[in-house]
Design a protein around this ligand. Structure first.
Ligand SMILES: Nc1ncnc2c1ncn2[C@@H]1O[C@H](COP(=O)(O)OP(=O)(O)OP(=O)(O)O)[C@@H](O)[C@H]1O
Ligand SMILES: [Mg+2]
Length: 733
């Protein structure tokens, strides 16, 4: 739709493409110049809104409390391990923020401060906005009164809304802001929430310590039972396996070595007894009177008997020598000796018996000891197996006991913690009564209103400019059509106090007006163009009806005529013939007749005495269907040929391009076209469509003129020309 001129695209001007249009600095300035009332209105409206808001808004006060988190997380079980000094992570701090905002914590504060009875919270003193909202919403609410729980819940929500908790940068400090309608209340509630959090943290720690203590208690109880049970198992096992601990080791070992010693002794005793028995047996076979026997037997009885025997033997030897062996005395002596010998043999026998019995005893004792040792050795093998098991049991018992002792220690410290829980957070700054309201912030709101208004104004202004399809400046016209804009004709409708005036002869009445001057400018442009080619027939055309072709054509022709040039004005709009109605309402014949008979031309033309302008009207009985054919006919060419000879300027008022074909039909007969565009009315699309519809028309297009510009707006658009720009114009007759 919109096609910028070629030289724009080649970048002769600085600017950015914006929605297909080039947004250059000049353009922005143009827009601002044109649209400043809209911008001002937006700013004014937004400032007014801000002022109304400032006047009606409830002032709020914000109190700030700060809580420092301890960077270490104490742990019940690993109190002295290194992990306890690890830094807390950001997630932990964020969780604390959530805890502070939690329903439970806020509810405790609401209950403690009895906020449900506070008019700020229970709705008995609502703000203006909520009052209006409440009124609007009241038909939709159920009539029954709210329960205490619901009221509390609503208050909690409201407190949460007014509470803002955040971490201060990357520190471990939580900043707690509370806003309320009064500074006192803000500080009170902020502190209450901070304290509730700290107490809550303590309570949580107490609870966790308590739970840990309980667990420890239970666990240590179990452990003590286990330790006792394993101790008991050791004792039972020892009893079952006859294991008794002594200072020199276990009982069985001791017994064994003792028995061994005894056995050795017993064996020695047996051997001795046997030796003695053997000796006695050997002796008893010999003559008892032999000295060897008595010597060997260290026996007093035998020694005595042998001494008696030896005395008797000596006496017998003496007596038998002296008296003979048959002497009675000698025989008596021999008898006595035999008796003693018998006695000695008896005694020997008796000793032998004693020795045998001794030997027997020693032997049986040895056998018994031997058996005992064998038994003990067998038992010892059995006992060592049991010992391995015992060691196991004992070590298990030791482990349990150690564990139990450990747990007891921990339990003790945990119980201490429970009785003195240490908080990990502390209040580093108590909320104090704020001395200034935190909202609404007057300056900020005003600046915001101003900026917002400006933004809105700019937005609206540019939207209007960019979205509007109409043309208002020569620049836009040139961009759109690609031809020169010959001037901007102001709206010349008379003001009410000036009284009615004839617009078709405005240049005659107001020769120094801007309107006349602009038309003169058009004439100059045409004259300049005439230097290179012949321009005599000038068509005044527009896209749509009522854009001002007739007005422009009439005034332009009169202006040229007034300068003394031979000029003819032709009413070429066979459809409306408004020019004829304006200038020669009583005409009986005109263009159509002249076409039929070119020779009679002079008869149809009317000359104005005042301006010297010749006018060829159009008179038709009824609207013609073939007007395009008529006006684009050969006869028309003939007629124009004749006119060219008589006149310097031939101005034709044409029909609009879009609705009827007349202008296109006649365009090949015309030297130059002046395109009338109604200021702020004709759309770009209409313009594009009508111009692109006819190549001849495009070729003949000399320039365009903006008509009916709003003088006030024009002043704004042309402010860059300086305030004296219009001082050369005289608008009044
Ligand atoms: N510059 C102007 N200032 C004030 N009013 C104007 C101006 N130009 C035209 N008019 C008014 O606009 C109306 C239409 O003007 P005019 O008849 O000249 O347009 P037109 O294009 O010839 O229309 P049509 O297509 O019907 O022939 C008229 O009432 C005229 O007075
Ligand atoms: Mg007209």
């Amino acid at each position: 739709m919109y096609q910028p001129r070629e030289h724009f695209q080649s970048g002769h001007r600085f600017g950015i493409e914006f929605g297909g249009a080039v947004l250059s600095f000049e353009r922005v300035a143009d827009v601002l110049r044109r649209q400043w009332p809209i911008i001002a209105a937006c700013v004014g409206a937004s400032l007014a809104l801000v002022i109304v808001y400032l006047a009606t808004a409830q002032p709020m006060y914000t109190a700030n409390a700060r809580i420092m988190m301890d960077t270490r997380q104490a742990q019940v079980l690993d109190k002295d391990s290194n992990t306890s000094s690890a830094l807390i992570d950001t997630g932990y701090v964020d969780s604390q923020v959530e805890i502070i905002n939690s329903d439970d914590l806020i509810l405790s504060v609401v209950r403690r401060l009895k906020l449900t009875e506070d008019p700020e919270f229970n709705g008995s003193n609502p703000g203006l906005l909520s009052l209006i909202l409440g009124k609007v919403m009241s038909p939709f609410r159920s009539g029954e009164p709210a329960s205490q729980e619901r009221i509390e819940h609503a208050v909690v929500e409201q407190v949460q809304k007014n509470l803002r908790t955040e971490r201060v940068l990357t520190t471990y400090v939580l900043s707690l802001n509370y806003r309320a309608r009064s500074p006192d209340k803000a500080a009170k509630i902020a502190n209450a929430i901070a304290n509730a959090y700290l107490v809550g943290a303590l309570e949580a720690k107490y609870q966790s310590t308590k739970r840990a203590t309980e667990w420890l208690q239970q666990r240590s109880l179990e452990l003590s039972e286990q330790a006792t049970a394993s101790d008991r198992a050791v004792q039972t096992f020892k009893a079952e396996h006859n294991i008794v601990g002594t200072s020199r080791g276990l009982m069985s070992e001791q017994q064994l070595s003792d028995l061994n010693t005894q056995l050795v002794q017993a064996r020695a005793a047996t051997a001795e007894a046997k030796a003695r028995l053997d000796r006695i047996t050997a002796i008893s076979d010999q003559d008892v009177a032999q000295s060897t026997v008595t010597d060997a037997l260290n026996n007093s009885v035998i020694t005595r008997l042998r001494a008696q025997y030896l005395d008797l033997a000596a006496q017998y030897a003496d007596w038998s020598k002296r008296y003979g062996k048959t002497h009675l005395a000698a025989v008596n002596l021999a008898n006595k000796m035999e008796e003693i010998r018998k006695n000695m043999a008896d005694e020997l026998h008796r000793i032998g018996d004693a020795y045998r019995s001794d030997y027997e005893i020693a032997k049986s004792r040895e056998a018994s000891l031997d058996k005992s040792v064998k038994d003990l050795v067998a038992q010892a093998g059995h006992t060592s197996q049991a010992e391995v098991k015992l060691r196991d049991l004992e070590s298990a018992a030791d482990t349990y006991r150690n564990l139990y002792n450990n747990f007891l220690e921990k339990l003790q410290s945990a119980t201490q913690n429970q009785s003195f829980p240490l908080s990990e957070a502390r209040l580093i700054s108590t909320a104090t009564k704020p001395d200034r309201k935190s909202s609404p912030r007057t300056v900020l709101a005003l600046v915001g209103g101003l900026v917002g208004g400006l933004c809105l104004g700019f937005g609206v202004a540019f939207a209007r400019e960019l979205l509007s399809d109409v043309l208002r400046t020569p620049g836009e016209v040139e961009d759109e059509l690609g031809v020169k804009c010959l001037g901007v004709l102001p709206d010349i409708r008379p003001s009410k106090k000036a009284g009615p005036s004839d617009l078709s002869r405005y240049v005659v009445d107001h020769p120094f007006s801007r309107f006349a001057e602009t038309l003169r400018n058009i004439k100059v442009s045409i004259d300049v163009a005439r230097l290179t080619r012949e321009i005599k027939v000038i068509g005044i055309v527009s896209s749509l009806p009522k854009e001002g072709k007739t007005t422009v054509a009439a005034n332009f022709a009169q202006l040229i005529a007034l300068t003394g040039h031979r000029t003819v004005l032709i009413d070429g709009d066979l459809h409306t013939r408004s020019l004829t109605r304006e200038l020669a309402p009583n005409a009986k014949s005109g263009l159509v007749e002249a076409l039929n008979d070119p020779a009679s031309l002079g008869y149809h033309v009317q000359r104005s005495k005042e301006t010297g302008l010749d006018f060829l009207p159009s008179v038709v009985a009824s609207r013609m269907v073939n007007s395009a054919d008529v006006i684009g006919s050969k006869a028309m060419a003939e007629l124009l040929k004749v006119l060219r000879e008589h006149y310097e300027y031939i101005v034709i008022d044409l029909a609009p391009v879009m609705p009827v074909a007349d202008s296109k039909a006649v365009s090949f007969l015309i030297d130059a076209m002046v395109y009338v565009i109604e200021w702020g009315q004709t759309t770009r699309s209409a313009l594009q469509e009508s111009v692109s519809g006819s190549e001849v028309l495009q070729k003949k297009l000399l320039g365009a003129v903006l008509n009916r510009a709003n003088p006030k707006m024009l002043k704004r658009i042309e402010a860059y020309k300086g305030k004296h720009h219009n001082s050369y114009y005289v608008e009044h007759a």
